[in-house]
Design a protein around this ligand. Structure first.
Ligand code: CA
Length: 372
């Protein structure tokens, strides 16, 4: 991959140096290289939504600049062309060439999709990227989406999320009984099995759903995005840690025919731009989440709470059951889960004595500025 990127960069540099102009216009390949592509990109987020919604915008800007206008991508927010939860179908059918969203929204299409965003108690962002690019994850993702005429790319990562906003305190397992919560993916299945009721609602509708009491709780992303949606106005308790989404990968999906219609240099630019926005989102969240949390707690009197260990332990036990059942009847999902588990097992051992040990060491002798 690195080699491909280096070569791609060289190709772009050569093109920028006028190398391309030296080729005769009658040359078929050169004509193909000069062809301009105009693509539509549909998203599951409101237009220009901070964080999540900026990745497709940044992607479009990047490929436009890299290709010198040969690949123009127009971004449509949720509902502008298709509703949020129809992005997968729209790109699969070619209504739009590209989409941006999260793979776990599509686990109803294929159970294996659930693994490419995040699984509860799974990999963090750093580890997820590592699995995708160096642990066989991308190959499995492409295999999963091939029957749907889609080519997937990682297109952002939220880092560890927050457990969510609740209209009641969660002190023990009883408090989860009857809890109606917006929580997608496997995390949702776990909440339902723990006695709650999980629902999937697009982000843009969550504020109203909380305000009207349609739901008792919602997870979304983290302080930066959650502040933007104003959840502090409709829920009092903000829980951590985000056991259910531990380093969620967002996705860029491309219709297979559209992808294959691109010449190799534009394909390389798309790959490079996707990898750039994938990292950029994590960088932005890392920079903005803490400031947003301080604002939520200090200015908006949000009650920050940690989920009790026995609740987390129970959710972890149920997660294992749900995942084992999910893959039992689906060989592809089983293959993906095996790969993920093997990777997590080896990366956990090392991260225990590197990342984890360092976090603890860094905390020694200091007080948290946000602990209630
Ligand atoms: Ca989430």
């Amino acid at each position: 991959m690195i080699k491909t990127l280096v070569i791609s960069t060289l190709v772009i540099l050569l093109a920028a140096c006028g190398e391309q102009q030296a080729v005769s216009p009658s040359d078929g390949a050169a004509a193909q290289e000069q062809k301009t592509f105009k693509w539509k990109l549909v998203t599951t987020w409101p237009k220009n939504y901070p964080g999540l919604g900026m990745a497709p915008e940044n992607f479009a800007t990047l490929v436009d600049r890299m290709s010198q206008g040969r690949l123009k991508v127009k971004v449509y927010g949720a509902g502008q062309m298709v509703p949020a939860l129809e992005v997968f179908d729209a790109v699969s059918q070619g209504t739009a060439e590209m989409g941006h969203g999260a793979a776990y929204y599509w686990k109803g299409k294929t159970p294996a999709a659930a693994f490419f965003t995040s699984v509860p108690f799974g990999l963090n962002a750093q580890e997820m990227n590592s699995w995708l690019y160096y642990g066989g994850g991308m190959e499995l993702w492409r295999e999963t989406y091939a029957p749907f005429n889609l080519v997937p790319f990682a297109g952002g990562n939220s880092g560890v999320q927050m457990a969510g906003w609740f209209n009641r305190e969660i002190n023990n397992l009883d408090d989860l009984q009857g809890l109606k919560m917006r929580i997608p993916g496997i995390g949702g299945e776990v909440i339902t099995r723990a006695g709650g009721e999980a629902v999937t609602i697009p982000g843009g509708e969550l504020y109203t759903a909380m305000q009207t009491g349609l739901i008792d709780a919602t997870e979304w992303v983290g302080p930066y995005n959650d502040l933007a949606f104003g959840f502090h106005q409709v829920a009092k308790y903000y829980y951590y840690p985000g056991w259910h989404e531990t380093g969620s990968t967002l996705e860029l999906i491309i219709n297979k025919e559209a992808w294959e219609s691109l010449p190799p240099d534009l394909q390389a630019m798309v790959e490079a731009a996707a990898r750039t926005v994938n990292q950029d989102m994590l960088d932005e969240y890392t920079a903005r989440n803490n400031a947003a949390l301080v604002q939520l707690v200090n200015e908006h009197d949000v009650q920050l709470r940690r989920l009790p260990d026995d609740v987390l332990m129970k959710l972890k036990t149920i997660t294992r059951e749900v995942l084992d059942e999910l893959v039992a009847d689906d060989p592809l999902a089983s293959k993906v889960w095996d790969s993920l588990q093997a990777f997590q097992s080896q990366v956990t051992d090392y991260h225990e004595i590197s990342e984890e040990a360092y976090y603890r060491a860094r905390r020694l002798g200091t007080e948290s500025t946000i602990q209630p």
